[in-house]
Design a protein around this ligand. Structure first.
Ligand code: GAL
Length: 417
């Protein structure tokens, strides 16, 4: 067969159609390294490769993402940002202001994002009226994960209020188990702290203190009461708690060494990865005092403009893939979160996810849907840093009082603003 110009062209065109002529490489910086997180990230990789592109993985270990954000900043300063990065909340605005990000409006229009995203989510993803980030999921932060066997052996019920919590924890301790599985790291301390602010103060107080940074709320009697209870939690943790990663800590509830953990539903990804069944092997329940409220944390990817047109196209294809309904399903089933699309079919999801989706809608309508401070959804990064330092120092200090710490919170926040 003689290769004529016409034939060559035809082959090239047909080859191009199948192999995606604009195949590019997308380097993704993220911090999804635990069992459940990695399983979910692998689905994102698969969905990009299915479009003929190459995924370069840049995973930065360290739950909560503080390490990853430090690495991202140094790469950007060095003029070598990745193609995409897991960045959330108000920080998206900071990156967009630097004029480094791709405008995703063409993808958003073609894929009708405005029609399928909750307004609270679409707002976070936009800068100056245009999309600069793609939302992956909705995580709920105010969960308590419990091992039913440990509760049965201790002869107690899973607590729904903070009063119950301490009474139950005493009995579990007496029965020889670790009542409260906690990983002693600043972001984990802050996660439990914010769930306590919501559980003991309510949604309006939460908003006043952790979103509006109201001095009276931060430094007042209620905050002192909450900090006192927060510190008491330490008595129910184990000596190996300081510095422990969150997923190792979830493992203690999975294997029945400890009774309960308070953590966002990325913890559920670990139960799923361990093939545990909700309602049977573990119990998911709103953290004490928060059943009618929802602390939200939305994972999202920002996309950096590159000089290579094929890579930019590939990065946009990643954004498109992220909102694809079938990807939304398989990613969130692994990750423990719920799809961000309002039209998601939840029928195949487990009972924890179904409850999360219901409560997300109910709390949005009731005004009890609040952004996570600990997971960078509520306040600027610097102010969050001040919170984490103050809260974690108090939790680990021998002598600091709740009253002093409430005053310190007011001061630290003011200085960081
Ligand atoms: C959160 C993040 C989640 C999960 C968690 C633990 O900040 O949004 O996706 O990864 O940290 O690492």
């Amino acid at each position: 067969m003689k290769l004529t110009k016409k034939l060559l062209l035809a082959t090239l065109v047909s080859g191009a159609l199948t192999a995606n002529a604009f195949a590019g490489t997308v380097e993704v910086l993220h911090y999804w390294t635990s069992g459940g997180e990695a399983a979910a990230a692998a689905e994102l990789k698969k969905s990009l490769e299915a479009q003929g592109h190459e995924w370069t993985d840049f995973a930065v270990a360290g739950g909560g993402g503080d390490n990853a954000m430090t690495v991202l900043k140094s790469r950007a300063v060095a003029g070598n940002p990745p193609s995409a990065a897991q960045v959330k909340g108000p920080s998206i605005q900071d990156w967009a202001e630097l004029d480094l990000l791709i405008n995703l409006n063409d993808v958003a229009e073609a894929e009708k994002w405005d029609a399928v995203l909750p307004p609270v989510v679409a707002k976070v993803m936009k800068y100056d009226g245009h999309y600069v980030a793609a939302p992956v999921n909705v995580h709920r932060v105010n969960w308590l994960w419990a091992n039913p066997e440990v509760f049965k052996k201790s002869g107690v019920e899973v607590p729904t209020t903070w009063e119950d919590f301490f009474a139950v924890a005493d009995k579990i301790k007496a029965a020889g188990f670790i009542p409260f599985a906690h990983g002693g790291q600043p972001w984990q301390d802050a996660t439990v702290f914010e769930d306590m602010v919501l559980g003991m103060g309510g949604a309006d107080f939460y908003k006043k203190a952790l979103v509006e940074l109201d001095e009276e709320a931060l430094g007042g009697k209620k905050m002192v009461e909450i900090l006192t209870a927060f510190k008491k939690l330490k008595d129910y943790t184990d000596p190996s708690s300081p510095g422990r990663e969150w997923n190792i800590t979830t493992g203690m509830v999975i294997n029945g060494k400890a009774a309960m953990q308070i953590m966002g539903d990325w913890a559920k990804g670990e139960f799923t990865a361990a093939k545990k069944v909700p309602g049977k092997d573990y119990i998911c329940i709103a953290s004490p005092g928060t059943k009618d409220a929802f602390v939200f944390n939305i994972d999202s990817m920002i996309m950096f403009e590159s000089k290579n047109a094929d890579n930019n196209k590939a990065t946009k294809d990643l954004a498109k893939a992220i909102l694809d309904p079938s990807f939304q399903k398989v990613f969130n089933m692994n990750k423990g979160s719920i799809p961000v699309r309002t039209d998601a079919d939840m029928s195949d999801f487990d009972d924890c996810a179904k409850l999360s989706a219901e409560d997300f809608k109910k709390s949005a309508a009731a005004g009890t849907l609040v952004p996570s401070m600990a997971h960078e959804m509520a306040i600027p990064a610097a102010v969050r840093g001040a919170f984490l330092d103050t809260v974690t120092n108090f939790f680990n200090s021998k002598n600091a009082t709740a009253k002093e710490t409430a005053k310190k919170l007011v001061k630290a926040v003011k200085m960081a603003e």
